[in-house]
Write a protein that binds this ligand. Structure first.
Ligand SMILES: Cc1cc2nc3c(=O)[nH]c(=O)nc-3n(C[C@H](O)[C@H](O)[C@H](O)COP(=O)(O)O)c2cc1C
Length: 509
């Protein structure tokens, strides 16, 4: 291939030079040919890229198409129901709710309702009146001196660093307008989070914002920020669904001077937070740490976030709480299908329990140990619609968090570029030029509307199920496709047998 390319290139150059010399045509084509031949020559001798070495010019098409493959997939291949992690229909729902325009769909469902994975709500023939008010849930156990009344839907942890400054400001302003909380993520509490919205301050293993000179936890620095009036709750991050057992990842491309200064790290380098906390290393010490943070924050609600792995460890933590008579005010359960700015694929695809079984497990464990009434459960796992809110509540959540739902409300198009600083919508990048595309005033309104309209949709579903409050919601109002399969086997076994015999006869067995 190399040879042919050079023969064609040099022949075209010779023809072009002939025309330049004898017919006095423009030299532009010759210059382009010289550039191509030089690039081709360089590629054919370089040793890094086999494709370019073998196909010195057309090999570039592979790289071009590869770089735009998410767009090709999304614009030309993807069907409305099958985009990953979120389908086009799911994304459109958020966009419409965020823009405050109708999200009604025409003609009927596009889902296969007879599939065993189908899930739906068992509506009532006597629906209740739709509540126009958006529910709130009080967080704060017996030792909490400053309980917080939380919205049913809030912004899940996403740091300044993984998200842009404009994205954080827009989220916070939206939270302020809709009166719900904004979780800072493990990157720390920054000036961009301080735009009037309620804050849940997350403390990760890097202790950003409350870090001593050796990278450990600093109680004095913690107390300074924890006692700010906008900080309503504090969340200790044990693990995150997309990378449980792995610390936070801030790619070098996103680690700007500004972020490095906030976090106390070296700019333009890859920052890996440690996988575990240095302030505690077992269940007993975790419970003691919860108590310490409660004292330092003058009794604000303290909780922890985790993705369930070894269930016995969670049970051990619960036993320690009971032994010490010290409980977190809330536990946030993240599913393995959770999102991230950047994570190793092995961790995203192969570690941790998915949201649904994890939530059921945590809820049941707390009930079995008689401590469910002391702790609020917050669920985060692809919650983007009224349906997913009701579903999470039925499985055991009291409150819901959404990360990627709020990213969509900011204009995220699922370009899958959060990790390389090239997010085209300015949501998950530190590139100032790209960030300019995200206009705070417009997007904070969208954040507000997404929250409000989604909760209104949840209220409508609640009414359709014949319930008047979220406390009445449990698993009994949900049905699954595999129930129908089971029922048909149960009620019509002979019928099925007859069909099988008929088919066998027809096929000559
Ligand atoms: C861009 C991005 C950054 C995130 N950063 C954090 C973080 O700093 N701390 C954390 O606990 N979770 C983090 N998460 C996880 C979310 O808070 C959330 O638990 C998870 O994505 C599941 O929610 P979702 O399905 O609504 O996205 C991040 C998620 C995304 C998409």
């Amino acid at each position: 291939m190399r040879k042919q390319i050079f023969i064609v290139g040099i022949s075209l150059l010779a023809i072009s030079l002939f025309f330049n010399y004898y017919m006095e045509t423009s030299y532009l084509f010759s210059v382009i040919m010289i550039a191509f031949i030089s690039i081709g020559f360089y590629n054919s001798i370089q040793k890094k890229h086999a494709i370019l070495r073998n196909f010195p010019i057309i090999g570039y098409f592979r790289y071009i198409f590869e770089s735009i493959s998410p767009e090709i997939q999304q614009y030309f291949i993807e069907r409305s129901t099958d985009g990953k992690p979120f389908s086009r229909n799911q994304r459109s729902l958020v966009y419409q709710r965020a823009k405050n325009i109708s999200s009604n769909t025409p003609f009927g469902t596009q889902l296969d309702l007879n599939h065993s994975n189908y899930e739906g709500i068992k509506h009532s023939v006597f629906p209740t009146k739709v509540n126009e008010e958006l529910s709130r849930v009080l967080v704060g156990g017996k030792d909490c001196k400053q309980p917080y009344s939380a919205s049913l839907l809030n912004i899940s942890a996403m740091s300044f660093g993984s998200l842009s400054e404009n994205a954080i400001i827009a989220l916070n302003k939206g939270a302020q307008r809709g009166h719900f909380y904004h979780n800072t993520g493990e990157g720390g509490l920054t000036e961009f989070h301080q735009n009037g919205g309620d804050i849940t301050w997350q403390i990760g293993t890097g202790y950003f914002g409350c870090r001593d000179d050796r990278g450990g936890f600093d109680g004095v620095r913690f107390a300074e920020k924890a006692n700010l009036p906008e900080v309503k709750m504090i969340e200790i991050k044990l693990s995150q669904g997309a990378k449980p057992g792995h610390g936070g990842v801030l790619p070098a491309a996103k680690n700007t001077e500004q972020i490095a200064k906030i976090r106390g790290v070296i700019p333009h380098t890859l920052i890996l937070s440690p996988p575990s906390h240095s302030a505690f290393s077992n269940a007993k010490e975790l419970v003691e740490f919860i108590d310490r943070l409660r004292q330092l924050s003058n009794g604000k609600p303290i909780g922890f976030k985790l993705c369930i792995g070894q269930t016995s460890e969670f049970e051990a933590i619960c036993h320690e709480m009971i032994a010490a008579d010290c409980y977190p005010d809330f536990i946030t359960v993240d599913g393995a299908e959770g999102g991230t700015g950047a994570a190793p694929l092995e961790f995203s695809d192969g570690v941790g329990m998915p949201f649904e079984p994890a939530l059921i497990f945590v809820n049941k464990t707390l009930i079995n140990l008689n401590i469910r009434d002391k702790i609020r459960i917050i669920g985060s796992g692809k919650i983007i619609s009224g349906y997913s809110i009701l579903h999470a509540i039925a499985l055991g959540a009291d409150i819901c968090n959404s990360a990627r739902g709020f990213m969509f409300s900011l204009g995220c198009i699922q370009a899958l570029r959060c990790h390389n600083n090239q997010c085209p919508t300015g949501v998950a990048t530190q590139d100032k030029m790209l960030m300019k595309g995200l206009v705070v005033t417009d997007k904070s309104e969208r954040v507000y509307h997404f929250h409000k309209n989604t909760l209104h949709a949840a209220n409508e579903l609640l009414a359709a199920a014949g319930k008047s409050s979220y406390e009445e919601v449990d698993g009994s109002i949900f049905m699954r496709g595999d129930e129908f399969t089971h029922l048909s086997d149960l009620y019509f076994p002979n019928n099925l047998g007859n069909i099988t015999t008929h088919l066998k006869k027809k096929e000559g067995f």
